[in-house]
Design a protein around this ligand. Structure first.
Ligand SMILES: Nc1nc2c(c(=O)[nH]1)N[C@H]1C(S)=C(S)[C@@H](COP(=O)(O)O)O[C@H]1N2
Ligand SMILES: [Mo]
Length: 512
């Protein structure tokens, strides 16, 4: 076997790294939000069928979407090695491989909302990087092979071998430099962070947690969820970084008057503020995809009234800067509830992850049909004429929240002392409100819990109850009652298509 043999896949791998690094640097320098690899990863997310998406939401922390990027890089590494092997005898096969990969990236980039020619430049740079790097490496590998073929002392091959290694080193350096350039130039995030830090919005006040909202049991979610503890759900790997000066919202479609709002236009209007609990349709019974914050923003009812929706319109198709969509009932945006274009969360400008500079918040609707982060477009339309991101994956067109309750203390599976056992947790049914919570021990009689207070019907409520447990194993259940005196159903439903139902049930072991 030729000693050059193992170097072909390595050359392919290094050429691959050069192309990726250069395209990453180009994306950063040209302010393209997604490098081609990230665009492909987001394309994979967009094409993921509903059941797989549900599994991924349950299985991974949503901030772990980088796993997908790493997976794509691993697949690429294998392909690059193979292309290197191919290049030895069939140069055109290797070139075809790179062109096909670039083609996949082009499709992913063009699938993004409002793609431009600039967005394609990183792909072109990457393809050129691959071809030039592989051509150079292959050239010197071939010379090395030829030198080895010449009969005589083996050291005849030494100069070409050295040359090949020098080029390999140079290519590796180019990859590292490209990567560093991308890191340093990719400062869109830093700029957005800076504009966020400097932003002061008149009328936004710090939250003051109302008296009496806590039952005072350790282990229950704090009534106000801090921003950095608030759950995160979105389809973006690289979060949109929109500076307020660059933000504009277009309201159009079936309206008498199209409206365009800049950030300055928006915050010049009257600011509304409220405590609102937001939750995700993908939250399992007992799950954590729910949080409560002090939201500040501008009421959508007033803005939409100025746009004057035409008779027959019943939906608003919202689109985010990264192309995510949701269909929201027009009525929920225009009735008396505090549906808003939110600009602040817990008294601070929205964190970038939560939709900076502007997102929608609608009390009483699941996030997937209402809470559009980085919102830039609202089309007044009809449900019969649209589909949206999650409805395309099998979720329901309408997503009113369902009544829910959970036990947080004691924890499921806990060992507890026998005797009087303090149980506590939260319950929510935004915009209808909770009037009671009941707990049940071992399938017995439902016992009323004590409720803390709430400032409105749009937030969760903490509850507390005491049950008497004998030594041994026990089962605890909770259910809530809404302000219209309807009791939460015990019928079990999956999160798909429109939210889970069933009583949260836990097991504990008591000992004396
Ligand atoms: N742009 C955008 N907005 C989005 C989503 C998204 O994927 N992209 N996910 C929605 C869903 S399913 C939920 S539950 C809420 C979650 O908001 P949070 O991440 O601020 O908690 O955002 C909604 N808004
Ligand atoms: Mo969600």
């Amino acid at each position: 076997m030729k000693s050059t043999r193992v170097w072909w896949p390595l050359a392919g791998l290094i050429a691959g790294a050069v192309g990726l690094a250069l395209s990453y640097a180009a994306a950063a320098l040209l302010h393209v939000r997604d490098s081609p690899v990230v665009a492909v990863a987001e394309g994979v997310i967009a094409l993921t069928p509903g059941p797989v998406a549900k599994w991924a939401i349950d299985t991974f922390d949503t901030s772990d979407k980088l796993v997908l990027v790493v997976g794509i890089l691993a697949v690429l590494a294998v392909l690059f090695g193979w292309f290197g092997l191919l290049a030895r005898r069939q140069w055109w096969a290797a070139v075809t491989g790179y062109v096909v990969l670039a083609g996949v990236a082009v499709v992913a980039v063009l699938a993004k909302p409002t793609p431009s020619l600039t967005d394609l430049a990183p792909v072109v740079v990457g393809l050129l990087g691959w071809l030039v790097a592989l051509a150079l490496l292959a050239e010197w590998l071939r010379r090395w092979e030829l030198a080895e073929d010449v009969p005589g002392p083996a050291d005849d091959a030494l100069p070409t071998r050295r040359r090949f290694f020098a080029i390999t080193g140079a290519m590796a350096a180019v990859s590292v430099l490209g990567g560093l350039t991308g890191r340093i130039a990719g400062n869109a995030r830093r700029k957005a962070e800076q504009s966020r830090r400097l932003l002061r919005i008149e009328g936004v006040t710090a939250p003051a947690v109302p008296d009496g909202v806590a039952v005072g049991v350790e282990g229950v979610s704090p009534w106000q969820t801090p921003n950095d503890a608030f759950y995160l759900i979105d389809t973006a790997i690289i979060k949109p970084t929109v500076a307020p000066v660059d933000w504009e919202l277009r309201i159009h479609g079936e309206v008498e008057r199209e409206i365009r709002l800049t950030f300055a236009d928006l915050v010049r209007r009257e600011i509304t503020q409220d405590w609102i609990t937001l939750n995700c349709v993908s939250n399992e019974v007992g799950g954590d995809l729910v949080g409560n914050a002090w939201w500040s923003g501008v009421r959508l009812a007033a803005i939409l009234a100025e746009a004057k929706p035409l008779p027959g319109a019943d939906a608003v198709l919202q689109t985010s800067q990264d192309g995510w969509t949701c269909g929201t009932p027009l009525a929920a945006l225009m009735d008396e509830r505090n549906a808003m274009l939110a600009v602040a969360m817990n008294g601070e400008p929205l964190p970038i992850e939560h939709g900076f500079p502007v997102r929608t918040i609608v009390p009483g609707l699941y996030g997937y049909v209402s809470a559009c982060k980085w919102v830039v477009d609202m089309e007044v339309t009809r449900f019969e004429d649209i589909t949206a991101y999650w409805t395309d994956k099998g979720w329901s067109e309408q997503g009113p929240v369902k009544i829910a309750s959970k036990i947080q203390v004691p924890a499921d599976g806990a060992d507890v002392p026998a005797g009087e056992l303090v149980c506590a947790g939260v319950a929510w049914f935004q915009h209808t409100g909770i009037s009671g919570v009941e707990v049940q021990l071992d399938g017995g009689r439902w016992q009323p819990a004590t409720l803390a207070t709430t400032p409105n019907a749009d937030t969760w409520v903490q509850w507390r109850a005491v049950v008497d447990v004998t030594p041994g194993e026990h089962q605890l259940r909770v259910r809530a009652i809404d302000r219209d005196a309807r009791t939460q159903t015990g019928a079990v439903a999956d999160v798909v298509p429109d939210g889970a139902t069933g009583w949260h049930t836990i097991d504990v072991t008591a000992s004396s």
